[in-house]
Ligand binder design. Structure first.
Ligand SMILES: Cc1cc2nc3c(=O)[nH]c(=O)nc-3n(C[C@H](O)[C@H](O)[C@H](O)COP(=O)(O)OP(=O)(O)OC[C@H]3O[C@@H](n4cnc5c(N)ncnc54)[C@H](O)[C@@H]3O)c2cc1C
Length: 486
């Protein structure tokens, strides 16, 4: 990457290596280039960078010692969970240490009375619900990557998922975080109670993308499993009708557990992959999950069916049992890998728009697809207005890569232009740094910068990501003896 700096001088790198080797067992320190390759990118493989060292601590004490050592040597540290992020947020820094937290994967405690789970950061999202199931509980935020992504990464990205429309994003389901500061101090943010004293640092830390500290213990809320959940699948002959039906469901006062939309290309890809029985002839489909008591679900299924029919649904199917419900979701949850079969590469965008702008934005996206001569499949968290256009390209063709990147940037600009946001749930990372200046004015960016500097004055935590460091970075760079980070 052009904006990253040359590696530390050899002497400093040797010192760093020796100190890390004294902290970590040999198998937890990865030095060889080929062994580091799995860590050179996250799921946005357009951006790749090898770190100086990959450190994989097995205890919080080891993670703490790594941070202390990096702080003493002013070495950049990039936290990494499972590396499923889609914004190059967990991509390593060539002068720094990639701090992989996946080995910190212990479920510390499930408290069925308080309905909480206390977790190390490397516990996968799906493992939380699996462990809570025996108490009739589950963890609501459910990114499609939940089989792999970690709770530490979910906190850092403030991740969402199908169930976030009704049950909130990660931030709404957290109680407390134990965090290591850049200096390696262990601090507690939040509390088991509903209201914590002091400034609400939870709100600052959640979604902070490894820029402010490293989460090492997380306590989340658990919810009782609903008595019943059913999914309604509806096909439509236009994206506009499906978009209007989404608005009508919410306007009727129904908050579904999930409300997802896919366009024709996404339907074909998902159906080829999952054989879920999606209507292949539809231009758009909606998947709407209703949960609650049996009476509530029955009533809502009837209401939503009527709304979909009134908006011209061309087909309607209601899941009859858990197996059918899982099958209907399988298509949606595997839509990304399914689209991966249509082209050598795809670029997954993530912007949020007001619900009422869905058809306008989709029309613009298909115009852009023609302009850039690239295909695009659209998958949405429709209830939240969160878009995931999947731009298909061939990564062996540099011209296509450039067109895909520009196409993606145009979609983000368009999201802002219609009153939306440059990020729905994937964060900013390296990918959306330029668009931060489309979304925010200088005054806001300087406030973000001030917060970053308050936590990390030397700018060594995940440098070059998340917040475009404006003026302060120039000042910082001008100081004698400082490295030239991000
Ligand atoms: C197929 C697919 C589907 C996806 N679906 C969704 C979806 O539905 N919803 C959604 O929100 N996202 C989705 N994502 C994106 C991604 O899975 C989420 O952002 C997830 O939270 C990342 O978790 P991770 O453990 O892989 O984090 P990583 O990718 O390793 O890291 C993500 C960011 O968090 C930081 N970080 C990681 N761990 C810590 C820690 N312990 N402390 C501080 N900072 C840390 C990293 O530095 C980086 O900036 C999807 C990705 C894929 C590939």
């Amino acid at each position: 990457m052009d904006n990253l700096q040359p590696k530390l001088q050899a002497v400093a790198a040797d010192e760093l290596r020796n100190r890390l080797a004294a902290i970590l067992p040999a198998h937890s320190l990865i030095e060889e280039t080929e062994a580091q390759r799995p860590y050179e990118c996250d799921a946005l493989s357009l951006y790749r960078e090898l770190p100086l060292f990959v450190a994989l601590p097995e205890t919080v004490d080891q993670a703490q010692a790594v941070l202390r050592c990096c702080h003493a040597l002013e070495v950049p540290v990039v936290a990494r969970g499972a590396g499923t992020g889609l914004t190059a947020g967990a991509m390593g820094h060539p002068e720094g240490v990639l701090l992989g937290l996946a080995k910190l994967n212990r479920i510390i405690k499930i408290d069925p009375v308080a309905r909480t789970a206390t977790l190390q950061p490397g516990v996968t999202n799906l493992a939380i619900s699996a462990a809570a199931a025996k108490y009739g509980l589950y963890y609501a935020p459910d990114p499609s990557s939940q089989i792999a992504c970690t709770i530490g990464g979910n906190v850092a990205a403030n991740s969402g998922g199908v169930h976030c429309l009704k049950y909130g994003l990660t931030t709404h389901n957290l109680l407390s975080i134990e965090m290591l500061t850049v200096e390696g101090e262990r601090v507690t943010i939040g509390s088991p109670g509903l209201d914590s004293p002091g400034l609400d640092l939870m709100a600052v830390i959640t979604g902070s993308e490894g820029l402010l500290g490293i989460a090492v213990e997380i306590t989340v809320k658990l919810l009782p499993q609903p008595e019943l959940a059913r999914v309604l699948l509806a096909g439509f002959d236009s994206v506009r009708s499906a978009g209007d039906a989404v608005g009508a469901v919410v306007a009727a006062g129904i908050i579904p557990a999930g409300l997802e939309m896919m366009d024709a290309l996404a339907i074909q890809a998902a159906e080829d992959f999952a054989q879920a029985g999606y209507p292949r002839d539809a231009e758009a489909l909606l998947l709407c999950e209703l949960d609650g008591t049996v009476e509530e679900v029955d009533q809502h299924i009837a209401q939503v069916s009527n709304i979909f029919s009134a908006h011209g649904a061309t087909s309607l199917r209601i899941s009859q049992d858990e197996a059918e419900r899982a099958l209907l979701w399988k298509g949606r949850k595997s839509a990304f890998p399914a689209v991966g079969r249509l082209a050598p590469d795809y670029y997954c965008m993530d912007g949020t728009i007001p619900r009422g702008q869905v058809s306008h934005v989709l029309e613009k996206i298909s115009q852009l697809a023609e302009q850039y001569d690239l295909r695009v499949a659209n998958v949405f968290h429709a209830g939240d207005g969160n878009l995931h256009p999947l731009i298909m390209y061939d990564g062996s063709d540099p011209a296509q890569i450039r067109r895909a990147e520009q196409f993606g940037a145009d979609i983000l600009d368009l999201s802002v232009a219609v009153g939306g946001a440059i990020t729905g749930e994937h964060g900013v990372g390296l990918e959306k740094l330029n668009q931060m200046q489309t979304q925010f004015g200088e005054a806001e960016l300087h406030l973000f910068e001030d917060i970053k500097i308050a936590f990390d004055p030397r700018l060594t935590l995940n440098p070059g990501k998340g917040i475009p460091i404006l003026k302060r970075c120039q000042e910082y760079r001008a100081l004698p003896g400082k490295h030239n980070h991000g």
